[in-house]
Structures are given as C-alpha cells and as structure tokens.
Ligand binder design. Structure first.
Ligand code: BV8
Length: 234
C-alpha cells in the first residue's frame, strides 16, 4: 500500500467478543437486568455507588479469566512492524490490547484496571474489587475512589490526540463497533473529511457502514489477521 503511511484504528467490544467478553448491544447487552446506559453514568454512581462498583468489579474479575484473541495479536504485530504513524484508539475498557503487546494504544473510555480518586485526582492501577468504595491509597479519603471509566455524559480521554491523528490519517479502520456511541462513531466522518481511506470490519454492518469505502463482514478473529498480513505485505 504505497500511499498509506499514517493509520488510525478504532476498536470496540466486538474485537473482544471472541475472547469471551460480552458486547454491549448483543443479546447479553444487559447486566443483572440493567441497561448499561443506566449503570455507566455519573448519576447512577451517585444514586447507587455499590451497584456501580458491583458492575465494574464483576467485569474486572472476569478479565482475569480471558485471553487476547487473534485479532488483538494481529494489531499488536502491526503496531510492532508498521514503519509509519499508527494509533489504536479503543473504546474498550479491557486490557486485551495491552496483553497482546500493543503499545501505540489509547483507551478513550478509560480502563477497568485503573482507579480514580475524586478527592485528590490521583489515578492508580487497580486489580481487585472496589466493593463499598475503598479509601484512596494516595490521600486516604474514604468513599471517593471510582472506576477510571468514561461514563455516558463524560468527556472521553485523549480527544485532542485522537483528532490530530485522524487529521493526519491516510487510512481509518473501524473494528468490532456498532457505531452507536459518540464521539467515536463520528471518527469516520473526520477521516472522510481529510480524504483518508476508510475500512470497517464487523460481524454485521454498523450504523455508519454506508460511510466506509469498504465494509468487511465477519469475525474479527478471522478478518483482522488477514488484513494485517495484507497491509504488512505492502
Ligand atoms: C460525551 C465505558 C459529551 C463504560 C462507554 C444522541 C446523539 C449523539 C450522542 C449522544 C446522544 N445522546 C447522548 C449522547 C452522547 C453519548 C452517546 O453517544 N450515547 C449513545 C448511547 C447515543 N456519548 C457520551 O456520553 C460520550 N461523552 O458525549 O460527552 C461531553 C462533551 C464535553 C464535555 C463533557 C461531555 C461518552 C461515551 C462513553 C460511554 N462509555 N464505555 C463501560 O464500558 O462500562 S461506551 C460503551 O459503549 C463501550 O465502551 C463502547 O465504547 C460503546 C459502544 O459499544 P461498542 O464497542 O460499539 O459495542 P456494541 O456492543 O455496541 O457493538 C459491538 C459490535 O461488535 C457489534 O456491531 C457486533 O456486531 C460486533 N461484533 C460482535 N462480535 C464480533 C463483532 N465484530 C467482529 N467480530 C466479532 N467476533
């Protein structure tokens, strides 16, 4: 691909589905009868912090039981071997991209394995549960620790870096996302605006499928390694 130098890749829950992690809008898109949108909000956390901690504690614990799949590993290989610019922007809060070896990675919706203290603003690695809301290891404040997750209505992380990468992109690839959630679902528009090529790989056409130059339908575990082999072959 002689004219491709700078690549931006957006991943969503679908890339982790073959690792066994539930997606948001599949049949299992509910959690203990709650819609994710009802649990993943600052209001829900104020209303019932223990319920929200239980939601994230369960998902954090589940992370220890799953492994990266062939799609995560293929993107990590691309990251290691691609000579041009590359940024993997993930909407996912799991750590499967990192565990597969990805480096040029940005979690725009935060990370399950990070905690954030609303008293002293410290962020720290967090592997265990948050149960009833533990005291902050940094400042000692009780009940002020929350999951370091971007909830609905909150500003995603790294937006300036993402916008800069998109404005320089020659290729934008969207993998395993339904195109429901903004601003991520709007990235393809920015890519088109700067005349980048756009490719979607998903189990079914996303809401924004019509905006992509090409849309490959199938499991990420099959399509992504094939695509990485192609693009690295030049
Ligand atoms: C913000 C962390 C403003 C939580 C998440 C109306 C119009 C436009 C926007 C809005 C609107 N009303 C409200 C909004 C804003 C809102 C939004 O977009 N809401 C939606 C529901 C309409 N967005 C926000 O609130 C964002 N913030 O706008 O801030 C602002 C501005 C200035 C200052 C302050 C604030 C923040 C959104 C972030 C929310 N947090 N995650 C958590 O994880 O618990 S979002 C959550 O859903 C996920 O993280 C994920 O990012 C997101 C989307 O899910 P997907 O990844 O796409 O997963 P999904 O299940 O939907 O789809 C999976 C796909 O994979 C499917 O298509 C499936 O076919 C496919 N698939 C399945 N298996 C496979 C596969 N593909 C390949 N292979 C397979 N094997």
């Amino acid at each position: 691909m002689p004219d491709i130098r700078n690549i931006v890749i957006l991943t969503g829950a679908g890339i982790s589905a073959e690792s066994g992690l539930a997606t948001f809008r599949g049949p299992d898109g509910l959690w203990e009868g709650h819609r994710v949108e009802d649990v993943a909000t600052p209001e829900a956390f104020v209303r019932d912090p223990v319920l929200v901690h239980r939601f994230y504690d369960a998902r954090r614990a589940n992370l220890a039981t799953v492994e990266p799949n062939a799609a995560h590993r293929a993107l990590a290989r691309l990251d290691a071997e691609w000579p041009g610019e590359l940024l993997i922007v993930t909407q996912n809060v799991d750590d499967l991209h990192e565990r597969a070896g990805a480096r040029r990675l940005l979690h725009m919706h935060g990370e399950l394995k990070s905690a954030w203290c609303r008293a002293c603003d410290a962020r720290m690695a967090w592997d265990g549960g948050m149960g009833e809301g533990p005291a902050c290891p940094e400042c000692g404040a009780a009940g002020r620790l929350r999951p370091d997750i971007v909830w609905f209505g909150e500003m995603p992380y790294g937006m300036e870096r993402i916008d800069r990468a998109l404005m320089e992109a020659d290729l934008f690839v969207s993998i395993g996302t339904s195109g429901n959630v903004y601003p991520a679902a709007g990235f393809v528009q920015t890519a088109r605006y700067v005349h980048a090529r756009t490719l979607e790989m998903n189990l079914e056409p996303s809401l924004g499928s019509y905006l992509f130059d090409e849309s490959r339908i199938g499991p990420a575990g099959k399509l992504v390694p094939e695509w990485v082999d192609d693009i690295l072959a030049g």
